[in-house]
Each structure stands twice: as C-alpha cells, then as structure tokens.
Design a binder for this molecule. Structure first.
Ligand code: HEC
Length: 153
C-alpha cells in the first residue's frame, strides 16, 4: 500500500510542476515560438473578421449561423495573442513595433477595449444590422492598436 505521505508528496509535486508552467514567459521553449503563437492567433482572428466583414459589407450573403460561429471564434481568439508578447521577443523580426513593449499599460487598455467589443459579437449576429454595427466597433478596436503598435504588413 502506498503511504499517505507518498500520495501527498506526489500531489504536491504535480502542483509544483503546474505552478512552474504558469508564468507566461515559461510557456514557450524559444522566443520565436511566442512570435509564431501570437501571429497564428491573429491570423485566425483576422480570417473570421474577414468573413464577418464580407457579410457586413454585403459582399457575402448574411448567414446567422456562420456569423455566430465566426463571432465565437473571434471572442475566444481575442484572448490569446497577448501572452506571446514576451519581453524576449522585442528584438525579433515581427510586425510589432518596438514601442509596444515599452507601453504595456496602454496596450493592456487596448486589449481590454478589444475584448469588450468581441464579447458583444456573438449576441449581435441575429440581424445584419446589429452585426454590421458590432463588426464596425470591433474593427475600430483592432485598428486603434494597429495604428500605434503594428508595422505596415
Ligand atoms: C492591442 C493591440 C492589438 C489589437 C487590439 C489587435 N491587434 Fe492585430 N496585431 C497587433 C500586433 C502588434 C501585430 C503584429 C504581431 C507580430 O508580428 O508579432 C498584429 C498582427 C495582426 C495580424 C497579422 C499577423 C501577423 O503575421 O503579424 C492580423 C491578421 C491581425 N493582427 C488582426 C487583428 C484583428 C482582426 C484584430 C481585431 C479583431 C486585431 N488584430 C486586434 C496588435 C493588435
């Protein structure tokens, strides 16, 4: 029979391992992986914004179910890229301006602004009119950050 103490120390060890993995900076083996991670999240988010934008502009037929799917993907993806902006990535080649890493409070504010808009997207897919309004507001939140902190792509 395994002693109770052994079980407790196993549990403690697994928690310790978890705590070790928790800091964002420790989640990527190399800084290059962090850049790839954040860019991948942006690409997926951008693809679904493109689909909603096409509907909003009448370039694609309005489809509430497809819009709901894209809205949910965007809401989730909009929480992901940020942990990839680790200090170790500042010197790497990417589309991020170096100013981003020196203005993290401002960046945080812009992220919160984005997340406030993306949270409203899934509820806005019921009609083309509400979708158009919320896609516009979300697009403004993307642009507010790109204008300041993203290089021309
Ligand atoms: C808080 C700032 C910020 C917000 C908000 C933001 N982005 Fe970005 N975005 C960036 C930065 C910085 C990059 C460059 C990332 C890199 O190259 O590592 C980027 C890159 C991208 C890219 C190109 C990916 C690449 O390979 O560089 C796409 C597409 C994109 N963003 C879409 C969006 C969309 C769509 C939204 C809104 C739904 C959005 N972003 C909101 C900062 C932001």
């Amino acid at each position: 029979m395994i002693a109770r103490r052994t079980i407790l120390s196993l549990v403690a060890a697994s928690f310790a391992a978890f705590a070790f993995a928790a800091p964002a900076s420790a989640q990527f083996a190399k800084p290059e992986d962090a850049v790839k991670y954040r860019q991948s999240a942006f690409v997926v988010m951008g693809s679904h914004m493109g689909r909603l934008g096409a509907m909003a502009q009448g370039k694609a037929p309005f489809d509430a179910e497809a819009a709901r799917h894209s809205a949910q993907v965007i809401e989730t993806m909009a929480r992901l890229p940020w942990e990839g902006f680790t200090p170790a990535t500042e010197s790497l080649d990417s589309h991020a301006k170096p100013e981003l890493f020196r203005n993290m409070d401002d960046v945080k504010r812009l992220i919160e602004g984005l997340n406030a808009e993306t949270a409203k997207l899934p509820a806005a897919v019921g009609s083309l009119e509400t979708l158009r309004t919320q896609v516009g507001a979300t697009g403004q939140a993307c642009k507010a950050c790109h204008d300041k902190y993203r290089r021309k792509i």
